[in-house]
Design a protein around this ligand. Structure first.
Ligand code: URA
Ligand code: SF4
Length: 185
């Protein structure tokens, strides 16, 4: 099995889908190799593409703040995305891009072996739930629910995407409550 570092190197060189052409920097992910919690977003945005780091723009600032408020150190978790390169103009990732890129995420899960995966937003929830044999449902129906994998006991918690929360105070409060629940777990 590869190490996280080796995987990062491979992602830096990756040209498996069209997104390599328009990216500035691939965003492999960052955090602790021993993380008990893994956060999975959709794909890098503008700031992430410029810095090569996940969740460093506005959505990331809201995520960091919410983690801090609940006593979770960002450096103690692992943060990544389903797709590692920014789609042009932040369009939705396409199915063939998700297929090409998702083996990296699966390898990251295999290496880190988190107890809990928090799937941020629709794309990550759909992907992670399908991966563990759950039937994906709309994020509005499943956010904050805990799905335990019958295969390996890993817990999957879908949550609203922090970017969706920024412009919607109601979602912001839901997100805060669910991160507080996560902190108790
Ligand atoms: N949105 C995402 O889904 N991922 C990031 O890394 C940043 C914003
Ligand atoms: Fe490779 Fe993923 Fe980037 Fe596509 S999005 S080029 S598969 S790292």
């Amino acid at each position: 099995m590869h190490s996280l570092k080796e995987l990062e190197e491979r992602i830096k060189e990756c040209r498996k889908c069209r997104l390599w052409k328009s990216r500035k920097n691939p965003v492999a992910g960052e955090g602790s190799e021993k993380a008990r919690i893994m956060f999975v977003g959709e794909a890098p945005g503008k700031n992430e593409d410029e810095q090569g780091r996940p969740f460093v723009g506005k959505a990331g600032q809201f995520l960091n703040k919410t983690l801090n408020e609940n006593g979770i150190e960002r450096s103690s978790v692992y943060i990544t995305n389903v797709v590692k390169c920014r789609p042009p103009n932040n369009r939705d990732p396409l199915p063939d891009e998700i297929n090409a890129c998702s083996p990296y995420l699966e390898m990251q899960i295999e290496i880190i072996k988190p107890e809990i995966i928090v799937a941020l937003g629709r794309f990550a929830s759909y992907f992670i739930l399908s991966l563990y044999g759950f039937k994906p449902r709309p994020i509005s129906e499943i956010h904050g629910k805990i799905f335990s994998s019958p295969i390996n006991g890993i817990k999957i918690i879908p949550m609203y995407h922090p970017a969706a929360c920024i412009y919607n105070p109601a979602l912001k409060n839901v997100f805060r409550k669910e991160i507080a629940m996560l902190a108790k777990l």
